[in-house]
Design a protein around this ligand. Structure first.
Ligand code: ATP
Ligand code: MG
Length: 559
């Protein structure tokens, strides 16, 4: 692979350095640790690409670890969706792991902490605990329960565990340092009680470990060598290490936490919690709504796994958070679909063309090339008849020289077919053109080899034969938010920036070959954009999602 030549990113540099000093190649192990409280989004694709990419590069295992310690938020359907998305992206995990599988081990270690005087049960209200925590410029205050005896702590922790103690009455805290400059080290909570059913452990456990206590110890249990997380966890590293100090035995590998920058995408939000609000409030229809920046939403929109992987690899890993313009993601899918999508014709805003010198009952079947970018894509048959649709905007009665489409008295080529000339048009009472009467040159058929077929005319239009056309539903999507960074406004909620016009549903007319397409098949509607067949399609009606236009229609507006 070409990777050898590319300069190492800082994460790879960390691993290379460790390979020279502390680690051997066969001890490398990585993990991707989603919380099953929503669907994966495009930000996760960066983390997936990083961790699974390292696995491939170093031929090391990568575990999929569900960080499932909060039964109030997590659900089995999210576990399924996350697995489906990672597989679809084309990555393979070594082991499917669950933090909940480690509840017993984590509990046993908590008992060790208590026995060693490193943890205590606090019975204050959460407000009191927060109050005593202090601020970055004000030292914290010790809890009045900090010096409970080991026996009392063990007894109370047991009551937490069995559910004898009411929910929320006690918490278990690590006894570290209430005056630490790192707020996270001020006796962090490691267990809380929740009397809720967990999607895997049911009601077996009434105590649930907190993130910091769970994550590093899970890494240790799985013998993950490098635990990569996003930058907001940098201050957690000290705590990660403190917890490991309490449990690591010398013969075993000690995991390392390192941080990289979160990737944000413009005109959307990448946080499961915020995406959940969009679903709950009906702004979008579902987690896989094609407007969502979720992997499932992008898939339904028509994105390919390669386009998402290329996008994530292209932006790479960084040390500073930044906002990636969504046009970069759109570029990535255009680039991929240009190579693989067959070209077909559909008219989305039709006006009728009548070829007055073409016989009324006749249908002529023309050969049309599927994809000029792909030699192996072959040809298909396309019906041509007396009555056709073209786009309304492709005709004007009069226009200046720069209008290369159809105008009265002038010629254009119909793609894959003949040269036609507009002779006259019919209008309704409001002056709208309802029919364009044209003549065609029977000698000018594309690819027929005649002189007339080689004749150069300025414009080429797409069209469909009306009697053969397939009526289709077309869903045109726009950005979900009108603001590039909707969740960064201090005094405004991101929901205020939702684009009210992010979905436009119209009826279009496609060439008959569209009836053969299956859900998720992708095509280019020539001169319009890339479209994919939606799962809402029925036997009677195909539904097409606009994946992306042929060009970036926003660049001009943004400038
Ligand atoms: P969210 O706010 O969407 O829930 P999270 O970080 O809480 O994000 P997790 O399910 O805990 O979600 O994330 C799994 C992994 O993906 C973590 O290692 C996290 O750091 C990483 N990750 C999440 N969002 C991004 C992002 N925008 N860019 C890069 N990595 C991300
Ligand atoms: Mg999280």
């Amino acid at each position: 692979m070409s990777e050898e030549k590319e300069p190492l990113n800082f994460i790879e540099q960390i691993i290379e350095d460790d390979l020279k000093t502390s680690h051997s190649k066969d001890t490398l192990c990585f993990r991707f640790p989603p919380e099953p409280n929503g669907y994966l989004h495009i930000g996760h694709a960066s983390s997936i690409s990083l961790n699974f990419g390292l696995g491939l590069r170093y031929n090391a295992p990568v575990n999929l670890r569900f960080d499932d310690t909060n039964p109030a938020k997590e659900e089995q359907r999210f576990v399924e969706a996350i697995k489906r998305d990672i597989e679809w992206l084309g990555f393979e995990w070594a082991q499917e792991c669950y933090a909940s599988d480690y509840f017993q081990q984590l509990y046993d270690w908590a008992i060790v902490l208590i026995n060693n005087g490193k943890a205590y049960v606090d019975s204050q209200s959460s407000d009191a605990i927060a109050e005593q925590k202090g601020t970055p410029i004000k030292e914290g205050v010790n809890s009045p329960f900090r010096n409970r005896s080991v026996e009392v702590n063990l007894a109370l922790f047991e009551q937490m565990k069995t559910g004898e103690a009411p929910e929320g009455l006690h918490v278990l805290r690590a006894k570290i340092n209430m005056t630490s400059t790192n707020m996270l080290m001020r006796d962090p909570i490691i267990y809380r009680t929740l009397h809720k059913s967990h999607h895997r452990t049911g009601t077996d456990w009434k105590i649930f470990p907190m993130y910091d206590w769970t994550h590093g110890e899970s890494d240790y249990i799985e013998q993950v060598s490098h635990s990569f997380c996003t930058l907001e966890f940098l201050p957690h590293r000290e705590l990660y290490d403190w917890f490991l100090d309490e449990v690591v035995v010398s013969e075993k590998l000690r995991p390392k936490q390192r941080e990289f920058a979160r990737r944000n995408l413009s005109h959307t939000v990448v946080s499961k919690r915020k995406l959940a609000r969009l679903v709950e409030n009906g702004v979008v229809a579902s987690w896989d709504d094609p407007r969502m920046p979720t992997i499932s939403g992008l898939r339904r929109r028509g994105y390919t796994p390669a386009s998402i992987r290329n996008f994530a690899e292209g932006i790479g890993v960084g040390k500073r958070d930044n906002l990636i313009d969504v046009s970069r993601l759109e570029f990535s899918i255009r680039e991929d679909l240009n190579k693989v999508a067959d070209r077909v014709m559909a008219v989305l805003d039709p006006v009728k063309v009548i070829i007055t010198n073409f016989p009324e009952e006749k249908t002529e079947w023309l050969d049309a090339e599927n994809n000029q970018e792909d030699e192996n894509a072959g040809f298909r048959k396309l019906p041509f008849s007396r009555e056709l649709y073209i786009e309304k905007e492709d005709f004007r009665e009069e226009a200046n020289k720069k209008f290369f489409r159809l105008k009265l008295g002038k010629e254009v080529r119909l793609k894959n077919a003949y040269i036609i000339k507009a002779e006259s048009c019919v209008k309704d009472g409001d002056g709208n053109v309802t029919e364009i009467h044209c003549t065609y040159d029977p000698e000018s058929r594309s690819g027929s080899g005649t002189d007339a077929s080689m004749r150069k005319v300025k414009g080429t239009l797409h069209w469909v034969s009306i009697k053969d056309a397939l009526e289709i539903e077309v869903r045109r999507y726009d950005r979900l938010f009108i603001d590039p960074s909707p969740d960064t406004h201090k005094d405004k909620d991101f929901m205020e920036f939702v684009n009210p016009n992010s979905l436009d549903i119209i009826t279009g007319y496609g060439e008959p070959s569209l009836s053969e397409l299956q859900v998720e098949d992708k095509v280019q509607f020539q001169r319009i954009g890339y479209f994919t067949v939606d799962k809402d399609s029925t036997l009677d009606k195909k539904v097409f999602n606009r994946t992306v236009g042929l060009r970036d229609s926003w660049t001009k507006i943004d400038q």
